[in-house]
Design a protein around this ligand. Structure first.
Ligand code: SF4
Length: 63
């Protein structure tokens, strides 16, 4: 599984980091998403799918 994020369109809502903290974090100042793991293990799939659904800006993609 491969994950990408469009950081230019991230609004810093932080739901991704709350939902899948092993894959997403946020920059300390602007809260823009940081992708910690571009190729997370299959065990993280459910959490990443939830993050995709919850991201209000729709900027997380699962490939
Ligand atoms: S949930 Fe979406 S908008 Fe919010 S920080 Fe994560 S990627 Fe950015």
């Amino acid at each position: 599984m491969k994950v990408t994020v469009d950081r230019d369109r991230c609004i810093g809502a932080g739901l991704c980091a709350l939902t899948a903290p092993e894959v997403f974090d946020q920059e300390p100042e602007e809260a823009i998403v940081l992708l910690l793991d571009e190729t997370p293990p299959e065990t993280a799939r459910h959490a990443v799918e939830q993050a995709v659904d919850r991201c209000p800006a729709g900027v997380i993609q699962l490939h």
